[in-house]
Design a protein around this ligand. Structure first.
Ligand code: NAP
Length: 236
């Protein structure tokens, strides 16, 4: 039977690289992002390249609970078991707590934390029933490091790592693996406008590769946390 990999925020960047990596191993995909055109382009690319897989897409704003639940409904209707869930969608609004725009905290908590909470809660009951699966939460080095440009982004990512650690404990008896990935600067749209050279960033494909390698270990092993940084270190 086909197995499903669910990825939020899959239209660009790390999410897109994850979709490409798991598709290359024959997994079917359920993908969301707000921009439908990005999802359609990716769906066409992946189904042309890997004719054996199915790619389900749903334009979704993950900061809105009802839209997350409707994405989860679509996933259930595929009838395919969720083998991997990647809570990846996120937004980075650089700033400082005392200076950033009003609403920055709410927007980033809704997009970076509540999205993962609601999608996980919607999908985990069937994973528990199946007694298998792997959940990845894309956190950040900002989940453990206080950067002066981090502001509310950092608050949301500290919280997401907290959620991920709690989930790891809860899922132990259900044979569901939970992994927190904490990438440093990765060359995606999140850094649009930066004039830093490419060598200061990791490629998103490396984050996807690490996730896939972690997934394919024996199911007796869980890599709980992965901390990745550019070889030249943090951008501060
Ligand atoms: P990206 O290139 O900007 O891609 C983000 C993806 O998420 C896009 O497909 C975007 O599509 C989607 N997205 C954003 N807001 C959304 C929303 N409200 N609802 C649904 N989808 C949404 O970003 P990225 O760098 O790959 O980031 C992916 C994850 O990695 C994020 O959680 C980020 O915090 C984390 N991360 C990134 C870095 C880095 O340096 N790049 C480092 C550490 C952690 P739409 O805009 O079409 O919705």
């Amino acid at each position: 039977m086909k197995k499903l990999v669910v990825i939020s925020g899959a239209g660009k960047g790390i999410g897109r690289a994850l979709a490409q990596r798991f598709a290359s191993e024959g997994f079917s995909l359920a993908l969301c992002a707000r921009t439908e055109a990005d999802l359609q382009t990716l769906q066409t690319e992946l189904t042309q390249k890997h004719s054996e897989i199915e790619v389900f897409i749903r334009p979704t704003d993950v900061s809105i609970k009802t839209q997350v639940l409707s994405f989860a409904q679509m996933i259930e209707e595929t009838g395919l078991p969720v083998e991997v869930l990647v809570n990846n969608a996120g937004v980075f609004l650089p700033g400082q707590i005392h200076q950033e725009e009003d609403g920055a905290l709410e927007k980033q908590i809704e997009t970076n934390l509540y999205s993962a909470y609601h999608l996980t809660r919607a999908l985990v009951p069937t994973m528990i029933e199946a007694q298998r699966g792997h959940i990845f939460n894309i956190c950040s080095t900002a989940s453990i490091t206080a950067y002066t440009s981090g502001g509310s982004y950092s608050i949301s990512k500290f919280a997401l790592l907290g959620m991920s650690k709690v989930l790891r404990e809860e899922m132990k008896p259900h044979h569901i693996r939970v992994t927190s990935i904490l990438p440093g600067a990765t060359l995606t749209n999140s850094w649009a406008g930066s004039d830093l050279p490419e060598k200061r960033f990791m490629p998103p494909e490396d984050v996807a590769e690490v996730a896939f390698n972690t997934y394919q270990l024996s199911d007796r092993t869980v890599v709980e946390e992965i901390l990745m940084r550019p070889q030249l270190g943090d951008i501060t």
